[in-house]
Design a protein around this ligand. Sequence first.
Ligand code: NBG
Length: 796
Amino acid sequence: MARKDRTSSEFRDALLKHLTYTMGKDPEHAQFFDWRMALSHAIRDRMVDHWVASTRKTYEQDGKRVYYLSMEFLIGRLLEDGIVNLEMVEEVKEALDHFGMDMRTILNDEPDAALGNGGLGRLAACFLDSLSTIGCPAMGYGIRYENGLFKQSFVDGRQVESPETWLQEPHPWEFERPEVRFTLGFGGDVIYENGKTLWRPAELIQAEAFDTPIIGWKGKWANTLRLWAGRAVDPFDLGLFNSGDFAAAAEHEALARTISRVLYPEDSNEAGKELRLKQEFFFSAASIRDILRRFDSQHDDIRMLPKKVAIQLNDTHPAIAGPELLRILHDERGLSFEDSLEIVHGCMNYTNHTLLPEALERWDERLFGRLLPRHLQIIDRIDDAHYKAHPQRTLSARSDGQVKMGELSFIVANRVNGVSALHTDLMKQTVFKELHTLHPNRIVNQTNGVTPRRWLHNCNPGLSRLITDTIGDGWVDDLEQLVKLEPSIKDKSWIKRFETVKSDNKQALATYVAQTHGVKLNTEAMFDIQIKRMHEYKRQHLNILEAIAHWQEIRDNPNGDWTPRVKIFAGKAAQGYHFAKDIIRLINDVAKLVNADHATRDYLQVIFLPNYNVTLAERLIPAADLSEQISTAGKEASGTGNMKFALNGALTVGTLDGANVEIREHVGEENFFLFGMLADEVMQRRMMHDHAQKAIAADPRLARALNALRDGTFSPEDPGRYTHIADNLTWSDYFLVCSDFTDYWRAQREVDAAYKNPDKWAEMAALNVARSGWFSSDRTIRGYMCDIWGAESLLS
Ligand code: NBG
């Protein structure tokens, strides 16, 4: 038998074996679910060999290990990733064909692991993929939320949330590790005994580990994602049960489980805040213990820790890991406070992901002191030591009754990084100005990136094939090779193939939307897409306001030479963020009216797709012509969707914000539609008290669009529904929608004009692909390894 036949028959056997013995099903009666689980197990088996080999090598080499602590890992589906990274696509297809099953249908049966909100969580997932591809010994640590980010649906255009229940079905990728459990505490007292300070927590809980192997490109390396689940120390009170109080008997278990139940619990009330802080301590403290246990198994001198361990704090959520490590070293292991602090400082690094003041974590010191009394003392000592070293400083990690996690993280960390060049500069000038003056070498930049495996190779097979046909497949783990496409872009027949790929992707999206939402999209039109969390700074309302103004203009002149567009939105709003939810409703109401308008519907369609997640992004991005990156300058730390769109051949209409700045530099300003104020202009303009009214007075289109919000055009049954949005934009407009509207309008008309020349458009889009190679998360991770962690690849 030829090797290929042998391997595919071996895989067939493996699949059948799992179907029979893991799932307990006869192929005759197996459902999609059974096949998917059998396939996942068969693929997982293949991963395990690589995983064990990588783990072994990591121990043997005893190099520096990287620990990425993150409250979120938005990993999405894993089956296709696994199949592709193990180079098993053909084998799997053949095996499934043999049993009369369709691979795509089975892949589509997998639920998304939605353990994150947005960019921060997705970045962590891209980093895991790159760490494994590069062969950097690393581990991700997070929380195994039973309910990930809520499911979004629309009722009368309004967002309705329901729980995400991805763990209701067994999750084939994880390995439960009942032997890896740590007992953690909250509350209680701090006592002084024999010259020692000890924390005696009142409430105990256990953290249990669940491991998922993360396999890199071509299976050369695999790391681990370790997620912690909450467990009760005494799960069940038999006494209470026997006395007949069944609910109380199980209460411990239920309470312990709530800690890993939901992602970002509603924190507008005291109980929610407390749960959130508990979650942060829970996973940080469990991870620190696990890191120390592993270190101790190989070393006896704790002073070596910074040589062997680099800990990355993904935003401030795991910041309590610093004081916890210090507490263990000082209180439990008896090192001096100063030595402990030095070790902690040598290990910890902090990534800042936002400058929005409301997103920088601060805890009420009473709440903090009640849950973590010893840590509060330790934070004070860290802060005092810092003050002694820098008596000229004015800020501190604890002031105005609050514990300030941003300042604390900065003081504790060895390196602090921003996520785009602009964001890093703004960090130095604004939130961390004083700390940066005191520690001028601490802040470094690491512009975000995205994994080319998921975000081009797997999600856009048509474009991947064209690229590989043209330049070979070296680009998949060396994305900057995409520049080799440039000479072909001048070739008319190549551009035709490029255009065909895009139009096929648009057709596939249109088919999906027709099947799932019953809306027929005009595939001849430009697909203009804005997908991201709903937030005023991201300005989905600028986009819809421009759409309204454009619609009004088409109505005035229905026989004009308009460029047809389909405007697509997707994104979730936080449960308690009413304004953002009203913007969703507005977009849905506009869609209802505009899509039914016979005079305009050939030129303008609007659709809001519900329940945005990683899988939906994988469908939308390859089909985009235009990428909307229109945040108020200075507010979007980086963005990563912007990179995915450019890499898949969409042109960007955007402000000079976050990584847009660097995208524009790379793809060329002639291939990017720029508009809007710069970050410093934004700050200036905001000081003008009547900036919005001036902008409205100067632009009749804007005034007319705002009037349509006021006069009930989009909500005739409830005419006052959108008055508050118009009022907000007229009287406050913190995010400067009105001041940027006119220039946005101009840029959009340039977009329209450019789209009229399809070959030229395709050429610009292809240049975006060819020049986006720098935005690979492999490049970002190499930057962290070299500038922050001092870690090395173990791939030979
Ligand atoms: C987000 C920023 C994005 C950035 C991602 C990843 C948070 C707190 N921040 O601009 O808003 O791309 O982080 O760095 O989620």
